[in-house]
Design a protein around this ligand. Structure first.
Ligand code: GLU
Length: 481
């Protein structure tokens, strides 16, 4: 079996997490079967398609690590993988179907069609349009010659039925009484989605169409078109839609829906891909953390669930934390460096990189998102900025002023400088002042980092260095009056 699949997003929005999951399943299926993964751009909707969205789709897929073998950007045996550049081909197929009597020019106006549907419904018949409003062939020819605008509709054979074995959903059947004579070419000559998609799937020799369940009712139309073109139908697999934790269709109300937004929020591509894969498929009993390579080895489209999948950002965040901890310290530093530099709006020099490398493992242990890192390490690189809420809460407490003064005096003169030295010196200070660690150390944290949330204190002080630590303790002492 030669597997050729396509992912065919429309560049009318940022790549959605549901689209990312569809792209991933196409990728996994292609790679598992040594097949070909094609990326097509469904950009016939000129008014809504933009270059920005087209680039976002490409960038998001590349970020996720889903490389494609043929398609936009990479090329391939077809001249183009953009539907907007294949309009002549769709018009050609429409003309062939009309010539073969499998499609016809339609003059029915929207008002007439509306009327037709209402009457059919009132009479208890199917509202699917069956062509009965059209003029005789001779009339139609005359009206076309007079350049009257007409759409082209596919003539659905009735009575009849189209059924297929969906890899995910099992047998699906559509009675043609419920399938209207659908438009394939608009009166301005542009193809509908049904025509463009079916022609491309045939011309690109697509073996398996893996896409969202929202397109299930389009499939009988695509099969009819495909077979009318004299081609063999593909195998279809319709993936259930993504839901929010409340069981409603995933939307902005639940959080971000664009892959790009998750990247910007500090998620790792590895975690994102792993989480998306679990939305309908399971790599094995109770197993959740699986690399892309392992997923390729194990992917089986026929075990994908037809139940709706819940997209839960809490679970995604948990998984992101798992992947953050799986990074080597050097990988983690590489990943956060650009974020830290963007936060400071300048490059880090070699000395600062050493400090970052010193403190990074402590942040890595706890972080769930890469974006948590810059605010936590900022104190090492810039001037101190006090978080007023932290200051007011911590620095007014009993013992705070004594702790800051005691630490300033001790750390200015202690012998040597290391995490152990700092810790021993400050513990001696706590004992002398009879302060608990909570009461005595929290003010030091605010004094050196500006905030009551920072990486572990002794390590932070050691990394900050003696001169800046003492300077900050003195500044805090003065500010406390
Ligand atoms: N372009 C369609 C969409 O974005 C998908 C087409 C298909 O997979 O058949 O929903």
């Amino acid at each position: 079996m030669t597997v050729r699949v396509r992912f065919a997003p429309s560049p009318t929005g940022y790549l959605h997490v549901g689209g990312g999951r569809t792209g991933l399943y196409n990728y996994l299926f292609a790679r598992h079967n040594n097949g070909t993964f094609v990326l097509r751009s469904d950009d016939t909707d000129e008014a809504r398609s933009t270059e920005e969205f087209r680039l976002d789709i490409i960038e998001s897929l590349r970020w996720l690590g889903l490389d494609w073998d043929e398609g936009i950007e990479v090329g391939g045996p077809m001249q183009t993988y953009r539907q907007s550049e294949r309009l002549a081909r769709y018009q050609e197929v429409a003309a062939e179907l009309v010539a073969a009597g499998k499609a016809y020019h339609s003059f029915a106006s929207p008002e007439q069609l509306d009327q037709f549907r209402k009457e059919a419904q009132a009479a208890g018949r199917s509202p699917a349009y069956d062509g009965s409003l059209e003029p005789s062939p001779a009339d139609a020819t005359a009206r076309l010659a007079a350049e009257e605008p007409a759409t082209v509709r596919f003539a659905v054979p009735r009575p009849g039925e189209t059924s297929f074995e969906d890899v995910v959903r099992g047998t699906v059947a559509f009675d043609h009484a419920q399938v209207e004579d659908f438009v394939i070419l608009r009166s301005n000559g542009t193809p509908t989605y049904h025509l463009a998609s079916s022609v491309d799937d045939v011309d690109f020799e697509i073996s398996h169409v893996i896409r969202g369940e929202d397109l299930l009712s389009s499939t009988p139309k695509h099969i009819l078109l495909t077979e009318a073109m004299g081609a063999e139908r593909a195998t279809y697999a319709h993936l259930s839609l993504l839901m929010g934790p409340d069981g409603k269709k995933l939307s902005k109300r639940h959080g971000h829906t664009a892959i790009k937004a998750y990247r910007d929020d500090g998620y790792l591509a590895t975690a994102m891909v792993n989480y998306l894969a679990l939305l309908g498929w399971s790599p094995g009993e109770d197993e959740t953390v699986v690399s892309l390579g392992d997923m390729v080895a194990r992917f089986d489209l026929s075990t994908v669930s037809k139940n709706p999948a819940i997209f839960d950002t809490d679970k995604l965040q948990w998984m992101n934390g798992v992947y953050i901890r799986e990074m080597s310290p050097a990988e983690f530093v590489d990943a956060v460096r650009p974020l830290v530099e963007a936060d400071l709006d300048r490059r880090l020099d070699d000395g600062e990189m050493e400090k970052l490398a010193e403190i990074a493992p402590l942040v890595q242990e706890r972080a769930k998102l890469l974006t948590e890192v810059p605010p936590q390490v900022r104190f090492l690189f810039g001037d101190i900025e006090y978080d007023e809420a932290s200051w007011n809460k911590v620095m007014t407490k009993e013992g705070a002023a004594e702790a800051v003064a005691g630490a300033a005096d001790r750390l200015a003169t202690v012998d040597g400088w290391s995490i152990d030295v700092v810790e021993a010196s400050l513990r001696a200070m706590l004992a002398e002042l009879e302060l608990s660690a909570r009461k005595g150390l929290q003010p030091l944290r605010v004094a050196i980092s500006g905030s009551s949330v920072s990486p572990p204190l002794f390590e932070s002080i050691a990394a900050l260095g003696r001169p800046r630590t003492v300077e900050r303790l003195e500044a805090a002492r003065e500010r406390m009056g």
